[in-house]
Design a protein around this ligand. Structure first.
Ligand code: AMP
Length: 327
């Protein structure tokens, strides 16, 4: 049985420090993660190693890692084990053993590798082997379930295949996780291009709200949000196909605790969305400012988190090493 104080199930999620976190990250991931913290023993990691698979700026990765670490605490994830992936060396150690388990044919089939490599003259070897590292990220924690969105499903299926093959070849080491649908948060679309997801790595055409955007920036971005040319009573309504921009604004309004009741014009809708988003971000930004003023607290939380991860993952890595013939 799962209780608030002694949860038996483990939940794990890794977020890449590849851009400034967005309202989409908050409503689609961070908020549901915070809400479910007591249902399971949660591990939330910052996947800094994954950020090195594409051309990167070292100071940028360090800065975004710091920002994301502070934001995880500012959004209330303080009841979970928080860590930075590279501070837990077992991730790369196990990844190598899984590279020795995977076949090139399997990695060649990974859609994300093909997509990220398309039109690029050269790709890093680490982008190719990334699925082995991701499998290690998961298998080290022996979670029974891995909630995963469509974009990562193929990688988690590979994780299951590698775990099964390793277990069958070398002995029972890994728990083979079940793939589940993530706790559903809102899916937030880009304000300037409402048929595309609001993403932190997407080229920002002004339609991405970042969690640290000040109120006037939020106001400007919402004011410019794409709607449609319908006017008159009834124009403010949800219709994902015909009115993606207005529907997205309504989704954001509701997800941020607002109400569309009595709103008859796009101007009024945008004002309500701005107010709701600003109210949603305000306490997060205030906590962020406090935490950023004394960086030692964030560092201490992440140091303790990494120490717990090293403890939890050590027996799994040791068992895998022993099984495969090392030591
Ligand atoms: P990413 O920023 O793409 O690495 O995603 C990190 C997490 O945020 C994942 O759980 C995503 O599903 C979630 N996420 C990212 N963008 C959005 C969005 N626009 N709407 C809802 N969830 C999102």
């Amino acid at each position: 049985m799962t209780t608030a104080t002694h949860p038996t199930t483990r939940r794990l999620s890794l977020l890449k420090p590849t851009g400034h976190p967005t309202l989409g990250n908050l409503l689609g991931a961070l908020r549901p993660m915070a809400a479910g913290q007591r249902e399971a023993d949660c591990f939330f990691g910052i996947a800094d190693l994954h950020a090195l698979t594409v051309p990167h700026d070292p100071a940028g990765v360090r800065g975004l890692t710091r920002e994301l670490a502070t934001l995880l605490l500012a959004t209330g994830l303080d009841e979970s084990t928080l860590f930075v992936q590279s501070r837990v060396p077992a991730h790369t150690q196990l990844a190598y053993l899984l590279e020795c388990t995977a076949y090139t044919g399997e990695l060649n089939r990974m859609i994300q590798f093909k997509e990220k490599g398309r039109g690029v003259s050269s790709t890093r070897v680490s982008l190719y082997t990334y699925p082995a590292l991701m499998a290690a990220d998961i298998l080290l924690y022996r979670p029974e379930q891995v909630p995963v969105g469509d974009d990562q499903r193929q990688h988690v299926e590979l994780t299951r295949d590698l775990a099964l093959r390793f277990n069958n070849t070398y002995g029972q080491v890994f728990t083979v996780p079940e793939i589940t649908t993530p706790a559903s948060g809102a899916r937030v679309m880009d304000l300037a291009d409402p048929r595309t997801k609001m993403g932190k790595s997407v080229t920002d055409g002004g339609g991405v709200i970042h969690l640290l955007d000040p109120p006037d920036v939020v106001r400007r971005k919402v004011a410019r949000a794409v709607t449609d040319s319908e006017t008159g009573a009834g124009a403010v309504r949800a219709d994902r196909q015909a009115k993606p921009g207005v529907t997205n604004l309504l989704d954001i309004l509701l997800a941020c605790g607002g109400s569309a009741e009595g709103i008859a014009t796009y101007g009024a809708l945008k004002k309500a969305v701005t107010d709701a988003v600003v109210a949603e971000l305000e306490p997060i930004q205030a906590r962020y400012a406090d935490l950023a003023a004394d960086a030692s607290h964030v560092s201490a939380v992440f140091a303790a988190g990494a120490a717990r991860c090293r403890e939890v993952t050590a027996p799994v890595l040791a068992a895998a090493e022993a099984a495969i013939g090392l030591g």
